[in-house]
Design a protein around this ligand. Structure first.
Ligand SMILES: NC(=O)c1ccc[n+]([C@@H]2O[C@H](COP(=O)([O-])OP(=O)(O)OC[C@H]3O[C@@H](n4cnc5c(N)ncnc54)[C@H](O)[C@@H]3O)[C@@H](O)[C@H]2O)c1
Length: 382
């Protein structure tokens, strides 16, 4: 058999097949592709690690548990790192800070990854005002460090950056809204499908976090356009799932379910609890990344959330959680809204679907909440 006839040639886990003939014997050495995931102990990072391990990749994760520094013990992500070390055969954890420029370059040079997913970040807009240097150094400079290491070591490898819908600042709040019984919604039919990637970024309030993510997002686009690298920014809506270490300042749905399971009180900030988020299970984020990696483009941006079908207001989320767990959701209402918070946001997914027709949202909001509840229940009884 010739090497290129081997049934596994071209399968996603293999970067090449080397063939040596000796007499009648044909030996095949299969070289496995490597993925490097920053923020691997976090929600998105851990899901990407699990997903690509199943696709046959050799998985390298980078994380320094900075989430615990940002949010205290409740934000600790070591449990997730340990889960990956248990469940992913050959998983390699790198205890490294994305602010460590030299360390990153050395790591990326040594791994030569076939795919990089950058999910390490200070992810909270509320937290960012108290730690502007940590926020900017991690989100903006950290992203540049990962990008530049990739450019020097593996410029052909697809580079996926986890951006956010907060790059649009509070601009979406200017879209005319209609108030419904349990939620706000867009009154302008131009937004029937949600917010598009062409929505303006400037002349609005972003918070320090939103601004540092804009810097990162533009830099990732620039490395695509200026240097011709296959980069993309995924502007996440509310990304969620059982792998989140939800805290009050970040991970709304995870934290809301946690409060329900533990009988704790959740604080709803402003907008009558009718503010709308679109929720996407992190498994569907990983599936999108796979599609991009198979057929990458350069300097692209995609709004990636649950879309209109998986959107809910805080009030509606409480009701669904109560149905799932059978427990009452306790909450108090704080009249003042969070600064920069979106009143109504759901992603227009038409561009993501058009560029990658094999991808769509596959996990419903109800199923996502069920999985999160199951995970918090297991943690609270262990
Ligand atoms: N979860 C969401 O709702 C959401 C929405 C939009 C965008 N995003 C973006 O997706 C990405 C991942 O979000 P997430 O929810 O998985 O966050 P997360 O906090 O669960 O995970 C981030 C991980 O990065 C690590 N980290 C932070 N700073 C680091 C540093 N300096 N060096 C090394 N590791 C560091 C943390 O310890 C954590 O484990 C972020 O860029 C975030 O802005 C998330």
């Amino acid at each position: 058999m010739r090497a290129w006839d081997h049934p596994e040639v071209g399968s996603p886990g293999l970067s090449r097949v080397v063939c040596q003939e000796s007499g009648d014997t044909l030996a095949l050495a299969l070289v496995v592709r490597t993925i490097l995931v920053t923020g691997s102990s976090g929600l998105v990072g851990s899901e990407v690690c699990l997903y690509f391990a199943q696709e046959g990749y050799s998985v390298h994760g980078l994380d320094n548990n900075q989430r615990r520094v940002f949010f205290g013990p409740a934000g600790d992500t070591r449990w997730n790192q340990q889960r990956l070390q248990r469940e992913v055969r050959g998983f390699a954890h790198h205890e490294l800070d994305v602010r460590d420029r030299a360390g990153l370059l050395e790591l990326v040079r040594s791994l030569q990854p076939a795919l990089i997913v950058h999910a390490a970040a200070q992810p909270s807009h509320d937290r960012s005002a108290a730690i502007p240097f940590d926020d900017f150094d991690t989100n903006a400079a950290g992203t540049l460090n990962v990008l530049e290491a990739a450019r020097q070591a593996c410029p052909e490898s697809p580079f996926v950056h986890m951006s956010t819908n907060k790059v649009y600042g509070d601009g979406p709040n200017r879209v005319p809204l209609t108030e419904k019984e349990t939620r706000w919604d867009y009154a302008d039919p131009a937004f029937d499908h949600g917010i598009l990637e062409t929505f303006p970024l400037d002349q609005c309030l972003h918070t320090v976090f939103g601004a540092s993510k804009v810097a990162a997002d533009l830099m990732v686009q620039e490395y695509g356009r200026y240097f011709g690298m296959p980069t993309c920014c995924l502007r996440g809506g509310c990304l969620t799932g059982p792998g989140h270490s939800g805290v009050e300042l970040h991970g709304f749905l995870s934290y809301l379910v946690k409060c329900n399971v533990e009988g704790a009180e959740y604080r709803v900030f402003g907008y009558k609890g009718k503010q709308v988020r679109d929720n996407l299970h992190s498994h569907d984020v990983a599936r999108f990344i796979e599609e991009f990696a198979k057929s990458p483009r350069g300097g692209e941006v995609y709004n990636l959330g649950g879309g209109k079908a998986n959107s809910c207001s805080v009030l509606e989320a409480c009701r669904i959680i109560e149905e799932v767990t059978g427990r009452p959701q306790r909450f108090t209402y704080v009249a003042e809204n969070r600064r920069g918070d979106h009143i109504c946001y759901y992603s227009d997914l038409r561009k993501a679907r058009a560029h990658y027709p094999a991808w769509d949202v596959s996990i419903t909001l109800g199923e996502t909440i069920r999985q999160i509840a199951e995970s918090w229940t297991a943690k609270s009884t262990s």
